[in-house]
Design a binder for this molecule. Structure first.
Ligand code: PLP
Length: 357
């Protein structure tokens, strides 16, 4: 007798809701923390040339030697530290979790935070323990240390700055977590370009610290390239679960070229930070909106009737992220990515109309 798919597929997978990516055609897209700026025309032409002559008939360099050398300089990876690349940092989260997925293993994260930490734990059949942040979204170090003592997590994920709340956590708190944790502690610096603070220079101080970054939020989301740096005692094992050619030829070639012009991406990040300050000020001037300070390229804000605000914005051609219902601490919360000044002005006008209805 054949069985139903639901009797074959693991029950925790059947119970999951797929990660939903909404259709954004024709909308001002401020939902996914993308950099709104394209590469400068000159660089686009160079990239086109390189893509055209890339050896697509061959498998990519499995060690991505050239790209890694470039990343080491650009990202300030300390000498002696290992570097592992992924098809986006999402894939690195998956490799870490898969490698640590012993029976009974626990992955610990903060909540609310990046949902993929929890989802990937479920994919790998590992228990996820979420420790709540304080009501102002700061780190509750005491609670995290207590949870570490109780659950002895194989892996701890800390997004720094945090998504979706936008804040950096107390450094001393993270240091205490690094000391208390029995296993790997991943500081996920996806928003590093907008933050100005990093644990990368601290890698040598903490043998269990791993620092993860991505090119996605600083202008190259379409390439899918993430990286993690840290002690080879950990990363040499994690590397064994990496699929051999996980970073394709075009990504390796184009990322290396784009990173030769790292200063241009830096200028774009600076423009986004300046625009973030304007957007935060303007949000603060709208009655009924509570905006949270941000060290990232997005702003979390609260508005009564968030569902209605979200659909009102969409009717006016602006797509942001509705977080209402995703976590009790995010009731009536919405998240807007910092766009170009023109995009943000359209968003602000649409928001004013919507909240005044
Ligand atoms: C966006 C994001 C990622 C994933 O980035 P990719 O490299 O595009 O997979 C990882 N961590 C956090 C906190 C993020 O917000």
């Amino acid at each position: 007798m054949s069985k139903k798919p639901e009797d074959i597929i693991r029950s925790e997978i059947v119970a999951l809701k797929a990660y939903h990516v909404p259709d954004s055609a024709g909308l001002v897209k401020l939902d996914a923390m993308e950099n709104p700026y394209r590469l400068p025309a000159e660089l686009q032409a160079e990239v086109a040339q390189m893509a055209g002559s890339a050896p697509l008939n061959r498998y990519p360099d499995p060690g991505a030697v050239q790209l890694k050398a470039r990343l080491r300089t650009v990202m300030g990876i300390p000498d002696g530290m290992d570097l592992l690349l992924g098809n986006g940092s999402d894939e690195i989260i998956q490799m870490l979790t898969m490698a640590a997925a012993r029976p009974g293993a626990v992955v610990l994260g903060l909540e609310p935070s990046f949902v993929m930490f929890r989802m990937i734990a479920a994919f790998c059949g590992v228990q996820f323990v979420g420790v709540p942040l304080k009501p102002d979204f700061s780190l509750d170090t005491g609670k995290v240390i207590a949870a570490i003592a109780e659950h002895q997590p194989a892996l701890v994920f800390i997004a720094y700055p945090n998504n979706p709340t936008g804040n950096l956590f107390d450094e001393e708190g993270i240091r205490r977590i690094l000391e208390a944790a029995p296993g790997m502690v991943v500081v996920d610096e996806a928003y590093h370009a907008f933050a100005g603070k990093s644990f990368m220079p601290r890698l040598a101080d903490h043998p269990n610290l791993l620092v993860m970054r991505t090119l996605s939020k600083s202008g190259l989301a379409g390439l899918r390239l993430g990286l993690i740096a840290g002690n080879s005692a950990w990363l040499a094992h994690v590397d064994k679960v990496r699929l051999p050619y996980n970073v394709n030829v075009l990504t390796q070639t184009v990322a290396e070229k784009a990173l030769q012009h790292h200063d241009l991406l830096g200028l774009q990040a600076a423009a986004i930070r300046a625009e973030r300050a304007r957007l935060y000020d303007e949000l603060g001037r709208i009655a009924g909106i509570q905006a949270y300070p941000s060290d990232a390229n997005f702003i979390l804000f609260r508005a009564a009737g968030a569902e209605r605000v979200f659909s009102g914005l969409r009717q006016r051609g602006v797509l942001i992220k509705n977080l209402h219902g995703s976590h009790p601490a995010l009731t009536d919360c919405l998240r807007v990515t910092v766009g170009t000044p023109e995009e943000d002005t359209r968003f602000l006008a649409a928001l004013k109309e919507t909240v005044n209805l």
